[in-house]
Design a protein around this ligand. Structure first.
Ligand code: SAM
Length: 297
C-alpha cells in the first residue's frame, strides 16, 4: 500500500499512541529482508517439480559473475582478459559438445528436464586452454560434465600442438557415462577410492581439480596425497572452498598462493559454489613479470 507522506506520519502517530509501533516495525523489517530472497523461493518452488539431478545443478553464471571469473583466471594465469573471454565463448558456443552431453544425459536417463550449463567449469576450461597442462586430474566425475569440458579443452589444445591427458577418479562404476565418443580419446576414469587412485598415480600432475568426497578431512588428504606429484607450476582448483578452509590452509603450509572465486548462479535457487585456486610462487612471479606495475626507468 502506497501512502502519501502526511498519511504515513498520521499512521505512525496512531501506531505509537496504541503501542503497536514495535510490531509494525518488525513486520516492515521482515518483509524488507524477505524481498531479498523472494526470487530464490520462487525458483525453489519451480525446481522441486522438475526431473533433474540433485547435486550438480548445471546452472549458468550471471554475466557480471562470468566477467569476474574471466578477470580471476587472467590474473592467476597472466593471460590477457580478452583471451580468457574468448575461451569462455568457445566453450559456450561448442554445439557439438552440447549435443554430446544432451544425448548422453538422455540415454543414461539422468533426468528429462536437465539442461546443462557450465557454471564455474568455464574457469576450469579457460585455465586448460591458456596454460596447456599435460596431465590433469579431476577427482569425482559423476555424470561426466566436468570430464567432457576438460577433454574438449584438451582436444582443442591438441589441435594446436599441445597434447594433454585427463584422468578422473570416481568411486561409482555407474558414473562417468558422458565420457564417451571422441572425448574418451583424451582421457580415462580411474574407478575406485580417489585417494587410493592418487597414491598409485605415477605421473607428474600439472592441474589437479578436487571434487570427490566433500568432507573437509578427505579434501585435505587429497591435497596431501598429490603434493609431491605436482609439477613446479602445478595448479590446484578446489571445488570445496565455499565450504572449508582446507585448500587455503594447505596453500599457506606449502608456501603457495590462494584465491577464491565465488559463483553467482543465474536463474537458480542454489547460492553457488566456487573455485579455490592454489598456485605456486613461481607461477605468480611469471605472471607478474609479464605485467610489471612499476615501469623501469
Ligand atoms: C560433485 S560430483 C563430481 C562432479 C564433477 N566433478 C563435474 O564437475 O561434473 C562428486 C562425485 O565424487 C564421487 N566420489 C565421492 N566420494 C569419492 C571417493 N572417495 N573417491 C572417488 N570418488 C568419490 C561421487 O560418486 C560423485 O560422483
Amino acid at each position: 500500500m502506497n501512502l502519501s507522506k502526511p498519511s504515513k506520519e498520521q499512521l505512525k502517530t496512531t501506531l505509537k499512541a496504541i503501542g503497536l509501533m514495535p510490531l509494525a516495525r518488525a513486520i516492515y523489517r521482515r518483509r524488507f529482508a524477505m524481498s531479498h530472497y523472494a526470487r530464490q523461493i520462487a525458483y525453489i518452488k519451480r525446481w522441486a517439480w522438475l526431473d533433474t539431478e540433485d547435486s550438480n545443478f548445471y546452472y549458468k553464471l550471471t554475466s557480471r559473475n562470468r566477467d569476474q571469473l574471466a578477470h580471476t583466471v587472467a590474473a592467476v594465469s597472466g593471460a590477457p582478459y580478452i583471451e580468457i573471454t574468448r575461451y569462455f565463448d568457445e566453450l559456450e558456443s561448442d554445439n557439438e559438445l552440447r549435443a554430446h552431453i544432451k544425448r548422453g544425459i538422455s540415454s543414461a536417463g539422468y533426468g528429462k528436464d536437465i539442461q546443462v550449463e557450465f557454471g564455474r567449469r568455464l574457469g576450469w576450461y579457460a585455465f586448460i586452454r591458456c596454460l596447456k597442462p599435460q596431465v590433469i586430474i579431476e577427482t569425482g566425475v559423476d555424470h561426466g560434465v566436468g570430464a567432457c569440458v576438460i577433454t574438449s579443452a584438451l582436444m582443442r589444445n591438441a589441435a594446436e600442438g599441445h597434447a594433454g591427458r585427463y584422468y578422473g577418479t570416481e568411486l561409482r562404476e555407474s558414473a562417468g557415462k558422458l565420457l564417451g565418443g571422441e572425448y574418451a580419446h583424451f582421457g580415462q576414469i580411474l574407478y575406485g577410492d580417489s585417494i587410493e587412485s592418487l597414491q598409485q598415480f605415477d605421473q607428474t600432475i600439472d592441474l589437479f581439480i578436487n571434487d570427490s568426497d566433500h568432507s573437509a578431512d578427505y579434501e585435505y588428504r587429497e591435497y596431501q596425497t598429490i603434493v609431491g606429484k605436482l609439477s613446479p607450476n602445478g595448479l590446484i582448483l578446489g571445488d570445496n572452498s565455499h565450504v572449508t578452509d582446507k585448500l587455503s590452509r594447505f596453500s599457506t603450509e606449502q608456501g603457495r598462493h590462494f584465491l577464491f572465486f565465488a559463483e553467482q548462479p543465474a536463474d537458480h535457487w542454489y547460492p553457488g559454489a566456487g573455485i579455490g585456486i592454489s598456485f605456486s610462487q613461481t607461477m605468480a612471479q611469471a605472471t607478474f613479470r609479464r605485467s610489471p606495475i612499476v615501469s623501469t626507468p
